[in-house]
Design a protein around this ligand. Structure first.
Ligand code: NAD
Ligand code: GLY
Length: 379
């Protein structure tokens, strides 16, 4: 699944007839046109970005297409989750249609998970489906959201409730663009990196314990390695369970049941980023596993120690301003029930028998969850 020269690496997502490459490495932002050219149905793309990323990289991406004779239009949406709202999606679709695309036009998502999810869904429905390419610019998007074809937008009923499984034709992850990413966003993405170790790769988790701080400090080779390992893990799972019809892909939701409840309670806003919620949620999932006697207490402590040491929030008390938020176990459980992973009101958890031994269960008693939440709130 992996090939590539010393500085860049390629991971293949194997999906019959719809497989694609993820190219990872430094300086790739200036070579996107070159990678994309052989895949395009016509020499025309529209690059969708947000108003933070576009001024940083929009012109370079467009120039990379124009150098190889590909016309590149540019559309900009506001940065942030609000661009995944229905109204914002409608505005984007009209703006795209104003440019008179045809079914051979390819959309390019240049940005984090918001732009990727939005552009992917736009591509799935524009003229009943056009191709799209992911150029993820956050660590979270490079290791998770740009890979695997989950696309979608939000509604007042919840996040990502309208969407499609729609795979990109190519993913290009330039490790250098992470240099402009705020540290907090980088850390949030790191939680998703560490997640792959915790799911089923204990050696990779150990690598994270040892090398995570260097990666976060900017070590280019370690960034490339971590993104490659993460994409290999995700590509393997997606190839085996593209539409989450078995429990395999659900393993990628480690930390998400607790994390989703925390995000819902904080309004999916800046108080708690998605990746931060996943980090806190993974520590809570390991704590619950240890309490239930499924996982050694030492493993749960290790998870908390490493994620906390790099700077991810491990205590509920500090989230959204110390003591400002009044957490409530019953409300958090209600949020869990509203999560789309809940089946007929039964909570789904990804728990673990140890580091690298995650599994899906729908048999956790609510009392145990409540007790865990009560002590997390008190800590
Ligand atoms: P994001 O897209 O909002 O990006 C975070 C912030 O960083 C934004 O302000 C953005 O403008 C800025 N930014 C992006 N790249 C930058 C760069 N290189 N330099 C400077 N600033 C930069 O957030 P995200 O964390 O990337 O993605 C979160 C979204 O992803 C959520 O909507 C979530 O639902 C979705 N998601 C989807 C999947 C999936 O499988 N499709 C998986 C996980 C998360
Ligand atoms: N981020 C979870 C998934 O892609 O399935």
């Amino acid at each position: 699944m992996t090939s590539g020269a010393a500085s860049s690496r390629t991971v293949r997502v194997d999906l019959a007839g719809r497989g694609y490459d993820i190219v990872i490495g430094p300086g790739l932002i200036d070579r996107i046109g070159e990678f994309a050219a052989p895949l395009l149905a016509a020499p025309r793309v529209i690059v969708i970005s947000d108003d933070t990323v576009e001024p940083l990289y929009g012109a370079r991406v467009a120039a990379s297409f124009e150098r190889v004779g590909i016309q590149a239009g540019r559309v900009v949406v506001p940065a942030g989750e609000s661009s995944k709202e229905f109204g914002a999606f409608a505005r984007l679709m009209n703006e795209l249609l104003d440019r008179r695309p045809d079914r051979k036009t390819t959309l390019v998502a240049l940005g984090g998970g918001v732009v990727g999810d939005l552009t992917g869904f736009a591509a799935a429905v524009l003229l009943r489906g056009v191709d799209f390419i992911q150029v993820p610019t956050t660590l979270l998007a490079q290791v998770d959201s740009s890979v695997g074809g989950k696309t979608g937008i939000n509604t007042r009923h919840g996040k990502n409730l309208i969407g499609a499984f729609y795979q990109p034709r190519l993913v290009v992850a330039d490790t250098e663009v992470l240099d402009t990413l705020p540290r907090r966003e980088l850390l949030a993405g790191y939680a998703e990196v560490a997640k792959y170790g915790l799911i089923d790769a204990p050696a990779f988790w150990e690598w994270c314990e040892e090398n995570g701080p260097d990666l976060l400090a900017g070590d280019a080779a370690k960034r490339t390695y971590a993104i490659e390992q993460s994409c290999l893990a995700k590509a393997r799972i997606v190839a085996a369970d593209e539409r989450e019809t078995t429990d395999l892909r659900a393993l990628l939701n480690l930390g998400h049941t607790f994390g989703h409840a925390l995000e819902a309670e904080t309004g999916f806003g800046p108080d708690l980023l998605h990746g931060e919620a996943v980090g806190t949620g993974m520590a809570m999932a390991f704590d619950l596993s240890a309490r239930l006697g499924l996982c050694p207490a030492d493993d749960a402590a290790r998870v908390r120690r490493h994620l906390g040491a790099v700077g991810l929030p491990m205590r509920l008390r500090g989230i959204g301003g110390t003591n400002r938020r009044q957490w409530d176990a019953s409300r958090l459980i209600e949020h869990m029930r509203g999560d789309k992973k809940a089946e007929a009101g039964r909570l789904t958890f990804i728990l673990a028998r140890g580091i690298g031994k995650a599994f899906v269960t729908r048999d956790v008693k609510e009392d145990a969850v409540r007790a865990l939440l009560d002590s997390a709130i008190a800590a």
